[in-house]
Design a protein around this ligand. Structure first.
Ligand code: SF4
Ligand code: SF4
Length: 435
């Protein structure tokens, strides 16, 4: 694609990166065929190619964002399905991130929109605040009909109770006494996940410890920062990124880390991008790059680095038909797809890909709250495709997808790590006791 940035404009680092990306696009439109919003809405401007034109026009001409641009950019899920399809290697992720920052700087959203986005930014990354709000919502749920649509959607998605933790909060989870640790990893315990599904982190820690891997959860690390980043609140997000990078890097230098494990693929995708985000920061760029290199999704790490010890007795138990839901951030953001399927297959169960599995379930961070109509349609399609498999349960590697999909079906849904934990000596997941 021809671009016309001035020399002055190209002094800006973000313009410079975006210009390079734009020049790779050859307008072929292949990306439109796998874009969920283009598929659903049929408008060129709701597909990647159309959005790329909108972004180019806005950034190249240094125009403030307007209602039309914001509408179509906001409708993008950041699912990156278009990046998997693009034959020219257009990094749409970095382009849309730039566009979101530009929108945040140049466009004043309506009061209601600003209010909701600020609310999400101030609640979701903080597990304690999230739980408090959850309890308040429990009280007001019976009168939720009096609230505006978006608030009603938030109330609906909020869990009614928060499960208790079984593992105590510790900085270091050591391997069994008398055993020697073969590796040492840091675990991102995340924000929402530790409040709504603490069993996922617990399964991860148990499983790693059982395979003689020490797990460290450094104090001060909570959210990965991606929520604010995708809301366009880049300054707020960068504060979190910076804090995380410094804490993990310090741990890496002082005590050694073989990997930083993420068991939420949405977070892992952002952590793997820290190096790019701080590429111009002389103080942080090397550290950020190191943290990105160390980051591994739990499925990727288990598949590539760990010789799993499966328990024969569990392997002989009933076999399940499992539908594997490949989260967008996993398959398109991190290009991890065969690894979790491979792991599940090792348990002896039968695992199927969901038809049209490249399409998003509608979760996409806060998308199901901010664009609920599109998200509901995507969820409906996803559930119809899951039903074609008729599975006994569903597995995935992202808490957002677990929350979203469970809104549309009663079929149990488990994080992949819970399955592997169970088959290597951990407890049988509670929800499987009913089937
Ligand atoms: S990120 Fe997803 S929704 Fe956005 S343009 Fe690409 S394919 Fe479409
Ligand atoms: S597939 Fe790639 S090159 Fe073709 S229009 Fe989409 S982004 Fe541009």
């Amino acid at each position: 694609m021809e671009t016309h940035f001035s020399k002055q404009q190209l002094k800006d680092k973000d313009n410079r990166s975006s210009e390079k990306i734009l020049r790779k696009c050859v307008h072929c439109g292949f990306c439109n065929t796998t874009c969920p919003t283009f598929d659903l809405l049929g408008d060129e401007l709701d597909g990647p190619r159309g959005r790329i034109y909108l972004i180019k026009d806005m950034i190249e001409k240094n125009k403030p964002a307007n209602e039309k641009i914001v509408k179509h950019i906001d409708r993008c899920l950041s699912c990156y399905s278009c990046m998997t399809t693009c034959p020219s290697g257009v990094n749409y992720m970095h382009l849309i991130d730039h566009a979101r920052m530009h929108i945040e700087k140049t466009y004043k959203r309506a009061f209601g929109d600003r209010f909701i986005r600020n609310l999400l930014s101030q609640i979701i990354p903080y597990p304690l605040r999230f739980k408090i709000v959850g309890m308040l919502i429990f009280l007001i749920k019976p009168v939720s009909f009096i609230f505006p649509k978006r608030i009603k959607e938030m109330i609906k998605l909020m869990p009614l109770s928060f499960p208790k933790r079984n593992l105590p909060k510790m900085k270091i989870y050591s391997v069994e006494k008398r055993k020697r640790a073969v590796a040492r990893v840091a675990l991102l315990t995340g924000c929402v996940q530790q409040a709504v599904s603490p069993q996922i982190n617990e399964a991860t820690i148990r499983l790693l410890n059982r395979h003689n891997i020490e797990v460290v959860v450094p104090k001060g690390i909570g959210c990965c920062g991606s929520l604010n980043y995708h809301l366009g609140k880049s300054d707020l997000a960068k504060e979190t990124f910076k804090k995380n990078i410094l804490i993990w890097h310090d741990e890496y230098l002082k005590n050694g880390l073989d990997a930083i494990i993420s068991n939420t693929s949405g977070c892992g995708t952002t952590m793997k991008d820290y190096g790019f985000i701080f590429r111009w920061d002389d103080d942080l760029k090397k550290k950020a790059k190191k943290i990105s290199e160390l980051t591994k999704d739990i499925a990727e790490y288990l598949n590539d680095k760990v010789k799993l010890n499966f328990v024969e007795k569990t392997m002989k138990e009933k076999k399940y038909k499992i539908a594997y839901h490949s989260a967008c951030s996993m398959q398109h953001g991190q290009k991890i797809h065969k690894e979790p399927i491979n792991l599940i297959k090792k348990t002896g169960n039968i695992v199927f890909d969901i038809p049209n599995g490249h399409f998003c379930c509608g979760s996409a961070g806060t998308y199901n709250l901010l664009q609920s109509d599109i998200a509901k349609q995507l969820l409906k399609n996803k559930i119809e495709n899951i039903k074609k498999i008729d599975p006994q349960f569903i597995s995935t590697g992202n808490i957002g997808c677990i929350t979203q999909i469970s809104q549309g079906t009663k079929i149990p849904i488990l994080h992949t790590v819970e399955i592997i934990d169970w088959y290597t000596g951990g407890p049988k997941p509670e929800i499987l006791k009913r089937i």
